[in-house]
Design a protein around this ligand. Sequence first.
Ligand SMILES: C[S@@+](CC[C@H](N)C(=O)[O-])C[C@H]1O[C@@H](n2cnc3c(N)ncnc32)[C@H](O)[C@@H]1O
Ligand code: SF4
Length: 387
Amino acid sequence: MRCYSTRRALLNPRYAKAFLKLYLYMREDPNFSLRKSIRALRLLRHEKIVEHEGKFIVSSFFPPIPTKAFFRVFENHINDTPFQDFANCMRQAPTSVHIALTNKCMYSCKHCCNRFKGKNEMSTSEILDLISQLQDMGTALFGFTGGEPLLRKDLIEIIKAVDDRSVTILLTTGYGLDREKAKELKRAGLFATLISLDSSKKEVHDKNRGYSGAYEIALKAIRNSLETGLYTMIATVATNENLRNGDMENLFKLGKELGVHEIRVGDMIPTGNLINLSPEDLLSQESREILKELHIKYNKKKDYPKISVFSYIESGEIFGCTAGVFHSYIDAEGNLYPCDFVPISFGNVCTAKLIVDKYDVPCIPFGLWGWECTVNPGVLTVRVRTW
Ligand SMILES: C[S@@+](CC[C@H](N)C(=O)[O-])C[C@H]1O[C@@H](n2cnc3c(N)ncnc32)[C@H](O)[C@@H]1O
Ligand code: SF4
């Protein structure tokens, strides 16, 4: 895996050319200033840039560079001032949308956020229509999630429906991701897989997932994904315990041995099954500090995967929480939420004439300066408003 520091990547002509194009586009905005954009770029200084199939991944929350989808992130503005609108999160559409394709799942994870979701699912045509509307509005990144999205028979058709204005990521346990399925997904245009692995230890993962064999399934899926050339990520959840007992760093080591491109480390969020999580089981301030150090330390190591720690990236020091200002979530029944974990819906996108109707709803407190996340205390939004 080829990777670079943010500075060294600029020495690559394809990468530098993409930034020059972006610079020229933004410079048209009278509010643009080089000083401000350098300050914004400094927020990325602890990122590792991964080169994958000739494209560069600065952050997997953005499409790779250079792609049409990447530039659409910046073309998605309300006024004639792309630079100012980007900084103030004034967008026509959420840049990133996760769509749950089903609530069906073979597992029963201790921490599952999906626990109280209903049985209904959007039909194929409803999902295709939703994708088409969101692409027209400016969404540049789709995550297909669940439940287990691989249980949806029309998954390939859904992925194929996303044209090159956006990239697609599959959030999965790996259940059903055999070599043939991985190839089929890649051919359909899938960019990346995000495969859950809760621990470096088989017994811990299997117990947490409530499914014997879940660990082996995840590992096989990771290998199949890598073999097919998909950008391959592990999704894991940080706890005070797995930071204290070294399991998190062992998982990083396992990710390195497997050759994955990236490991995303989420916070344990008190929602779904964990709605009554006691405050002492939430990530402590000390754990958040450790996570920040891990993000910085491991992104300097060339032989390790890129590490993306949510509690650091979503801290006020970097971007803040992006729920409702950059990212949105639509559940299997079509209910729209600011993110995958906050159970406060803005309404159902299938019953509205157009999804645009729902995005016109003022996003109430989400996206207001300094608002503390409703479900994950300690995470603040630091940008202004959404669409
Ligand atoms: C809802 S699952 C859907 C995809 C698939 N079923 C899976 O587990 O990979 C997406 C991701 O959310 C994570 N997740 C679920 N509940 C969570 C919670 N309460 N806090 C943090 N992450 C959670 C899962 O571990 C998984 O990586
Ligand atoms: S977290 Fe994913 S795998 Fe686990 S029960 Fe929930 S939907 Fe299923």
